[in-house]
Design a protein around this ligand. Structure first.
Ligand code: GDP
Length: 311
């Protein structure tokens, strides 16, 4: 299966992603086999509030990248609850006319596992998609919750998408989302108020510099593709920027770090769940209630009981 995946077989890829999502025992072996073929794709995160036109924009970007012969993978992260499970917004990515293009692969994934943040399988999926020969991977998150923040850990280049009206840009400013942008995109530039939104965003972009990179603000019209090639140009420039002075390697190290942190947190959370109602947690609780233990003592008891850990 790994050989077929490395040759770009989409069925093997789809199956591999499913193994990763289900934490199947064959997942580790598969990831080990494909590991030497990962780490080279340019990963682009696209985030912003619902309705600003992210899906439409991702479709337009894919079209533009395909016309420059890039092989494009798209991962849409859906905010589905653990109860519905499935990826509800599978049709979010607007790719009319590209459905049968072998140079394009799309997948949507539910954030079912971890506090509404990027599911752990997202990290694996990115690796699997790049091992299958896709050089550009776009990750689209629904602009709610933690995934918005986490996308920057996974992405090399993060696009924050805004649209005119409804005080959207001001809200984004308040939420601090501006901090994660490598490029600002003002979509729906065909609508009234686009100029004002752009001016607002530009004033924010000017106020801060991210090292030597000055964050561009690009107006686009995703519905008809206007100015999307300019946006692709900024993305290529950012890729070039990352290629200098060891930034690319540092970014990958950073990604390992945050993946490790996420994995540890997921394991700890699962173990804590297992402990609920156990004699250890009951003792800690009773100790607290009776005043025999302080909160720190109780924490110590619980943490100590987590070792040795079963992975
Ligand atoms: P998302 O929730 O951020 O993924 O937004 P969608 O891509 O689903 O788009 C939300 C709505 O905005 C849809 O009705 C789109 O047709 C519309 N839309 C997207 N891009 C543009 C644009 O550039 N101009 C205009 N006028 N409408 C747009």
């Amino acid at each position: 299966m790994s050989e077929r995946l490395l040759r770009g077989d989409r069925f093997a890829l789809a199956r591999g992603i499913t193994l990763a999502e289900n934490m199947d025992e064959r997942r580790e072996e598969l990831l080990r086999l494909i590991a030497p073929h990962t780490g080279r794709a340019h990963i682009i995160g696209v985030t912003g509030s619902p309705g600003v036109g992210k899906s439409t924009l991702v479709g337009a970007m894919a079209r533009s990248l395909r016309s420059c012969s890039h092989r494009v993978g798209i991962l849409a992260i859906d905010p589905s609850s653990p109860f519905t499970g499935g990826a509800l917004l599978g049709d979010r990515v607007r790719l009319r006319g590209l459905e049968s293009d072998p140079g394009l692969y799309t997948r949507s994934m539910a954030t079912r596992s971890f506090q509404g943040g990027l599911c752990r399988a997202a990290w694996d999926t990115v690796r699997l998609i790049e091992a299958a020969g896709f050089d550009t991977i776009i990750i689209e998150t629904v602009g709610v919750g933690q995934a918005e923040w986490e996308v920057k850990d996974l992405a090399d280049t993060t696009l924050v998408v805004l649209a005119p009206g409804a005080g959207d840009s001001i809200q984004a400013l308040k939420a601090g989302i501006m901090e994660i942008a490598d490029i600002f995109v003002v979509n729906k530039s065909d609508l009234e108020g686009a100029e004002q939104t752009r001016a607002e965003v530009e004033s924010v972009a000017c106020m801060r510099r991210r090292g030597e990179w000055s964050t561009p603000v690009q107006g686009v019209v995703a519905t008809d593709g206007r100015c999307v090639s300019e946006l692709i140009h900024h993305i290529a420039k950012h890729r070039e920027f990352l290629g200098r002075d060891g930034r690319w390697a540092r970014k990958r190290q950073q990604r390992w770090k945050s993946e490790l942190r996420t994995a540890v947190l997921i394991h700890l959370q699962a173990r804590l769940g297992d402990l609920e109602g156990s004699s250890v947690s009951e003792q800690a609780f009773q100790g607290l209630v009776s005043g025999r233990l302080t909160v720190s003592d109780a924490v110590k008891c619980i943490i100590q009981s987590l070792v040795p850990i079963q992975l």
